[in-house]
Design a protein around this ligand. Structure first.
Ligand code: C5P
Length: 269
């Protein structure tokens, strides 16, 4: 059997749970402490978004790290290149493992950020975070784009921005489940796809509109899955995270008698 991928990458990268990102969409540091204590051994990263960051400040990142967790800083930066690059440098100094920028901020903005982050890492001997691009927010539809002068439709714009992000040297993009296959096809294997909007079979979709199961998302080519509510609101969040990790693992197992799909990029790059 061909074990070159994704088995090897899952083993090297800490197993299926390393591909699970828990969205820490909570409003207090007490809740952060509670969930990180519960889940630091069950998930790969904790996603800190605007609400929590503005409530608790950069200290919340250090808090998570002190408790043994790694952070995806989901602030979706968008600014002029110089300002953006300085923000990227500060995210790097905070020690986050991933942060993201809007691809629509321009090729130059993304390139400048990457250059500055690389520079800071060399000068201060820091580990470089993965830099992801946001393409088109899933809350936007064709008409919303049209009103901003973009007439090519959502999917084409997503792909256009994903390719721009790749050209700029970004490590990957945040993608909705329905975008995975096309972005993987257009941007190749060596490009991380971080995917929210996943739900196990039989679970409520909550406010998610485009949903795949964890297994389906991995089979489609996702590298990391972002899950919040189903873990946060579970009676047993650890058990819920373990169940999702199990489904991620299943999604990385070749259907018997068939070859492994070799398109997934390396999460441990
Ligand atoms: O709670 P749930 O599993 O729906 O959380 C998913 C996380 O991913 C949330 O933090 C949400 O803001 C984020 N997200 C999303 N859909 C997108 C982009 C980001 O749900 N298209």
């Amino acid at each position: 059997m061909n074990l070159s991928w994704p088995f090897r990458s899952l083993r090297q990268g800490g197993g299926a749970k390393s591909r699970l990102i828990f969205a820490l969409d909570v409003a207090s540091v007490a809740e952060v402490k509670k969930y990180v204590a519960l889940l630091a051994d069950e998930v790969g990263l904790f996603k800190v978004g605007k609400q929590l960051f503005l409530h608790a400040g950069p200290q919340v990142v250090r808090q998570i790290q002190d408790q043994g967790g790694q952070v995806f800083l989901d602030l979706k930066f968008h600014d002029i290149p110089r300002t953006m690059a300085k923000a990227g440098a500060e995210a790097t100094r905070l020690g986050v493992r991933m942060f993201n920028v809007h691809a629509s901020g321009s090729l130059e903005m993304m390139r400048h950020t990457l250059t500055e982050v690389n520079k800071v890492c060399r000068a201060e001997n820091l580990r470089r975070p993965k830099i992801l691009a946001v393409t088109v927010l899933t809350s936007l539809n064709k008409d919303d784009l049209k009103r901003t002068g973009i007439v090519t439709g959502v999917e084409n714009q997503v792909v256009r921005l994903a390719k721009l992000a790749k050209e700029a040297g970004m490590d990957g993009v945040v993608a909705s489940p329905l975008e995975i296959v096309r972005i993987r096809r257009e941007c190749g294997h060596n490009f991380l796809l971080v995917v929210p909007g996943v739900r196990s079979h039989g679970e409520s979709w909550d406010d998610q509109k485009r949903v795949l199961t964890p297994e389906e998302a991995m089979r489609s080519g996702a590298d990391y899955l972002v899950v919040g509510k189903p873990i946060r609101d579970a009676a047993d969040p650890r058990a819920a995270a373990r169940q999702i990790a199990k489904e991620i693992e299943q999604g990385c197992t070749p259907p018997s008698g068939r070859g492994v799909r070799l398109f997934r990029s390396g999460a441990s790059r």
